[in-house]
Design a protein around this ligand. Sequence first.
Ligand SMILES: NC(=O)c1ccc[n+]([C@@H]2O[C@H](COP(=O)([O-])OP(=O)(O)OC[C@H]3O[C@@H](n4cnc5c(N)ncnc54)[C@H](OP(=O)(O)O)[C@@H]3O)[C@@H](O)[C@H]2O)c1
Length: 273
Amino acid sequence: MNSFKDKVVLVTGGNRNTGLWLVKKFVDEGARVFACGSSEKSAASGVEALKRMGVEGVTMMACDISDLEQVKKMFDVIEREAGRLDILINNSANQGLGHGGPLEMDPQKFHEVFNVNVIGGFQVTQMACNRFFLSEKQQAKREGAGVGADKGVVVFLSSNTAMRAIRGRTAYCSSKGAINSMVRSLALDLAPLGIRVNCCAPGYINTERWDVLDPKIAARRRANCPLGREATGTDIANVVAFLASEDSGNMTGEIVTCDAGCSCQHMPADVDR
Ligand SMILES: NC(=O)c1ccc[n+]([C@@H]2O[C@H](COP(=O)([O-])OP(=O)(O)OC[C@H]3O[C@@H](n4cnc5c(N)ncnc54)[C@H](OP(=O)(O)O)[C@@H]3O)[C@@H](O)[C@H]2O)c1
């Protein structure tokens, strides 16, 4: 398939776990893909991981998205190598793990999570719009594009925990709720400019963290899912690709949940009898 042929895509946090599958999906569908990890070391390991998956031709950068100067430098690379950007996938996340409960956590940790998940996502989006989606250079190349053709597309990754909280993750859950609100707000303001902003809200995704999970907990988690399984990276990549594609051309400001039905159930099957 070549749904994204001639498109230039940036995937933040494309260096590990779900991000790798997002990168693979866009590469498989013909896009020129840029991605980042938060450091030189994690970006380098992302290059190796993609190689093992047989994915080639990706420019992997080191960029802490909470640092505006680093974000500027990342966009300089995209400018130099591709001269344009069509699609932004805001996937990077600080998971806010190990902070403890709300009574004992260091409030500074709350800032750190918001600086990546909310402010980081915002400043990458703002720069994508100003430097590329709405730039005169990019617009000049769009002449002849059909009615309703996107000037730019943004897809955020939030979480079903924005709606139904998990324990000991106050900062993370709050940040994902903030992302959902930001998506609606950005969608409203950017719609008249031809930019769509949508969001995929995953539930459990199988990442490297599942490799070290107690098998009993993994089984209990799966039993909590009406579909009986967590998402694969490909499951999430398929939803994100739909939101990034012209197939969702009349959608903006939407939060699309992909959580094996967890959000529609009151209680898991073993207690709902
Ligand atoms: N896994 C799940 O079950 C689940 C459930 C619901 C929602 N989600 C959401 O889905 C997305 C992908 O999840 P995941 O579990 O694959 O994520 P993950 O394993 O936690 O990976 C997070 C990614 O974000 C990057 N990142 C962290 N801080 C950054 C910073 N300051 N600047 C730039 N990048 C930074 C990491 O890069 P480094 O390698 O450099 O740290 C990494 O690539 C996330 O938005 C997550 O919140 C996941």
